[in-house]
Design a binder for this molecule. Structure first.
Ligand code: NAD
Length: 441
């Protein structure tokens, strides 16, 4: 933040005193929710009169914690902890993915739900923000156990989700099969098939063409736009990607098709490197068969920590949050970081990257392609009329480019980072809606 605010109110600009937020919302342990609160603090000075509503951004509208008991294959009963958080619904129904991961926490789900609010507003799709998750390593479950857990979780959160209330989607370790089970469970409970209750479904169940590639395509689209602004040639640019799943795999493929060299990839199984560029189609095939980049023959293996030292022009974190920290931000060689993942950079690391003149394309715009095509899927489900893939990709690219151009302009105008600029655009839209709706009763 280079130029502090010029507007007058002091009371509304301050961080909330610890006592004003309920204990579970406080940033004292500085998990992902703490990072989000710091990001909100940075944007408040730019909100003008809307700052009087800013406290709305610091408090999720609704938090649901559910117990998810299931019969395991061996006859025992196991309980999992699940969450669904609706951060804000001022602009429309809640919208955001469901994550199955052993490290899922309430702080993480709250932060992810809040970033969805900002993201949906930044690309101007008519949604609020929500997120869900279960603390589980799904790789330890059989297919039957996974299905039973998904269905019980869906029943438990069924009281707050719905096509006009809150619409889940895939996230880390969830996929279109899990969305199909969620849609079926919700529909059985409702007594009517409700395709619009989730997005990221299989095509045969009202899914949208282009959804699988949408987030990676959005990452690629804003990456190319930003590269033009800083005079970076994509052809020949060296790229390092962390996470080679739905987001990182597609982004890596599109950049390599555009002539860039994907030189390093890290996933949960390890880190691989090839200075002349990895064979991306062969690597994608290897990951599809083996579940990880580990063991890919045509590359050298790097110790995981050396990933951050790799010589590259573009770094794409596309795995989990809190990966770029004050401990490694000083080592990053890239000219540009494109956040495919949600929340991969801590606020302290953000400052280091900004000081080092490394451009960060923040998650809240860079990975918004997925929710944009989820929005198209939801619209198609409501109208029961489906578009072809060219139309979907063209509409996606137009929305991403328009949103990015607006954010770039705001960043120039206020001399702020792209993250703060995206928060300015997103938060203003959310709070404007809040103000127009007023408080009820
Ligand atoms: P995915 O499950 O398809 O892939 C996750 C990848 O991260 C895998 O390659 C996995 O091996 C890797 N990974 C996991 N733990 C790791 C670790 N400790 N170190 C390095 N790599 C690790 O998930 P995805 O859908 O690609 O999501 C990735 C990120 O993108 C998440 O932050 C998610 O919230 C975000 N995101 C996803 C979408 C979407 O449409 N799928 C949309 C927006 C944002």
């Amino acid at each position: 933040m280079l130029h502090p605010s010029t507007h007058s109110s002091t009371a509304v600009n301050q961080s909330p005193a610890a006592s004003t937020l309920p204990s579970y919302l406080q940033a004292d342990n500085l998990g992902p929710w703490g990072n989000y609160l710091q990001q909100v603090d940075r944007v408040v000075p730019y909100l003008g009169h809307l700052a009087q509503w800013a406290e709305t951004l610091r408090r999720p509208k609704r938090i649901l914690i559910v117990d998810v008991p299931i019969h395991m294959d061996d006859g025992s009963i196991r309980h999992f902890e699940g969450y669904r958080v609706q951060h804000n619904t001022s602009r429309g129904p809640g919208k955001g993915g469901v994550r199955f991961h052993q490290d899922v926490t309430l702080s993480e789900v709250m932060a992810l739900s809040a970033w969805m609010s900002i993201k949906n507003a930044a690309v101007n799709v008519p949604y609020g923000g929500a997120k869900g998750g279960i603390r589980v390593d799904p790789k330890t479950l059989s297919m039957g156990e996974l299905e039973r857990m998904t269905r019980r979780y869906t029943s438990e959160i069924g009281i707050i989700i719905g096509p006009t209330k809150d619409i889940p989607a895939p996230d880390v370790n969830t996929n279109e099969q899990i969305m199909a089970w969620m849609m079926d469970t919700y529909s059985m409970n409702e007594g009517a098939t409700a395709t619009g209750v989730v997005t990221g479904k299989p095509i045969h169940l009202g899914g949208s063409l282009g959804r699988k590639d949408a987030t990676g395509r959005g990452v690629f689209t804003v990456g190319v736009e930003a590269a033009h602004h800083i005079g970076l040639e994509i052809k020949g640019a060296r790229i390092a990607v962390q996470g080679f799943g739905n987001v990182g795999g597609v982004a890596g493929r599109l950049f390599s098709e555009a002539g860039a060299l994907v030189v390093a990839v890290q996933d949960h199984g390890g880190t691989i490197y090839k200075a002349s560029g990895l064979d991306v189609p062969a690597l994608l095939k290897h990951v599809a068969e083996m579940g990880s980049v580990a063991g890919f023959a045509q590359a050298e293996v790097l110790p995981n920590d050396q990933f951050w030292d790799v010589d590259c022009e573009i770094l794409i974190p596309a795995a989990l949050e809190t990966q770029i920290t004050a401990a490694n931000a000083g080592r990053i060689k890239a000219r540009m970081v494109i956040e495919g993942a949600n929340g991969p950079t801590t606020p302290a690391a953000d400052d280091i990257l900004q000081e080092r003149n490394i451009l960060v394309l923040p998650d809240v715009i860079a990975n918004a392609g997925g929710v944009t095509v989820s929005y198209f899927e939801w619209v198609q489900d409501f109208s029961s009329f489906f578009w072809d893939e060219d139309e979907i990709n063209a509409r996606l690219i137009k929305i991403m480019k328009t949103a990015f151009a607006g954010i770039w302009q705001v960043a120039q105008e206020h001399q702020v980072s792209l993250r703060t600029a995206t928060f300015i655009v997103g938060c203003k839209r959310i709070l404007h809606a809040r103000e127009l709706r007023g408080l009820y009763p």
